[in-house]
Design a protein around this ligand. Structure first.
Ligand code: AMP
Ligand code: MG
Length: 399
């Protein structure tokens, strides 16, 4: 067995950030920027009002209540064609540019307009700058809004377009092929014959890939047949940026994935000191990274979290491929024996009143018991030894 860190370093050494490309803003969600992004102009681009109300000179309302002459209206999108002089006011709508001369806004709730709209009563005084959003208050012209390596979430995309950038320099979104292998697997809601089971891994893995912001490519089911596995793996490596297979990498007689990948790829077969997901096949076929995950449904998911996720994150350009663990307390005993492996227990963590997580097993811990994975929101990292007692600290890998 090799330590988890060694297996992971090997995986990361073969996963390279994708090519730098420029994509339309609406295709950039969840990608990572490949260069700094600077604002051409300031945001907001002009002084504007944060409230519906009246643009005034603060000095004119210092002795409020006062009555001011109303000289016009500016809507959002309008251009002021007046200057506010002494004793004057302009009706103004949220987002509209401030008219020259005015230095404050009185919100509409503190005013009463004459019926003929020739004047307005202002009930209270306001300070200079009141309710004004000054030019550049959010972003200054020339400012680097996002450094290279920024993970683009929805707000980032909004900032890009607000500075007029509609094409974003990013690391390309990787295409991840997902293949299930095994003669026993059946796809679709068909009745099962003797010895058959429905393929669950492919659907889980496709969804995990999609949730990360990579592009999942469903490459279907392949039976335990050498030729078909060879064809499927070669095509997958040629058509995708990385490939995830499950099944056929352990010690069974019909584990042809191992045989074929050894032949056509540069693979390393690892026994990692973890439970579940001890067997891991990883390497490259024609330069394309191939993750050979174990077949047991829980193992394939845990293996995805520990190896595929960091590898894909690196391909996507994340500076830090590993997801940090979160400190918690054991809500119940997590018993185990010393076996030299780190256990990744399926747990459900709840937030306590003191703001700390408390985690307990979410169900059966067999590597075939996928329902416990569905009930889990984290994996508890339980090091080799006699386990963790209720109330003791435990680190969580949040799912
Ligand atoms: P293997 O790694 O091929 O030896 O498979 C280990 C276990 O996982 C066996 O019980 C398989 O039936 C099961 N298994 C393999 N692939 C899948 C899959 N795609 N969906 C559900 N179970 C699977
Ligand atoms: Mg199999």
């Amino acid at each position: 067995m090799i330590p988890l860190s060694e297996a992971r370093e090997f995986v990361l050494s073969k996963c390279k950030p994708g090519p730098m490309v420029t994509v339309p803003v609406d295709d950039a969600a969840d990608l990572v920027t490949s260069s700094d992004l600077a604002a051409v102009g300031p945001i907001p681009p002009f002084d504007n009002t944060a409230m519906d109300g009246f643009a005034v000179r603060a000095a004119d309302v210092a002795d409020a209540p006062v009555t001011l002459e109303m000289i016009g209206t500016i809507a959002a999108g309008g251009a002021p064609d007046m200057t506010v002089g002494e004793g004057q006011a302009v009706r103004i709508m949220t987002g509209a540019p401030m008219p020259p001369g005015a230095d404050a806004v009185v919100m509409v709730e503190l005013t009463e307009m004459a019926e003929d709209e020739s004047s307005v009563d202002v009930a209270e005084s306001v300070p200079v700058g009141n309710h004004i959003r000054p030019t550049g208050d959010d972003v200054q012209a020339g400012q680097i809004v996002f450094a290279a390596g920024t993970h683009l979430r929805p707000a980032h995309l909004g900032v890009c377009t607000s500075i007029g950038v509609y094409d974003i320099p990013v690391f390309a979104r990787p295409r991840l092929g997902v293949i299930s292998t095994g003669d026993e697997l059946v796809d679709g809601p068909r009745p099962l014959g003797i010895g058959q089971i429905h393929d669950s891994n492919r659907h889980t893995l496709l969804a995990l890939v999609a949730a990360m912001g990579a592009t999942p490519v469903d490459l279907g089911l392949v039976p335990d047949d050498e030729d078909q596995i060879r064809t499927a793996m070669t095509n997958a490596a040629d058509s995708c940026d990385a490939v995830i297979t499950s099944g056929g990498v352990s010690m069974g007689d019909f584990d042809y994935v191992k045989k074929v990948l050894t032949e056509i790829g540069d693979m390393r077969w690892m026994q990692v000191a973890i439970k579940p997901a001890k067997p891991l096949a990883f390497g490259t076929v024609n330069g394309t990274p191939i993750f050979g995950l174990p077949g047991n449904p829980v193992s394939s998911m845990v293996s995805f979290e520990l190896f595929a996720r960091p590898g894909i994150r690196k391909m996507m350009g994340h500076d830090e491929p590993l997801v940090p663990s979160v400190p918690a307390l054991a809500g119940a005993d997590m018993n185990r024996g010393p076996d030299g492996k780190t256990h990744f227990a399926r747990v459900h963590a709840t937030l306590r009143e003191d703001g700390r997580y408390e985690a307990s097993f979410s169900g059966g811990q067999g590597s075939h018991q996928l329902s416990a994975m569905a009930a889990a929101n984290a994996l508890a990292i339980v090091p080799s030894g006699d386990g963790i007692k209720q109330g003791e600290p435990v680190d969580l890998l949040m799912l």
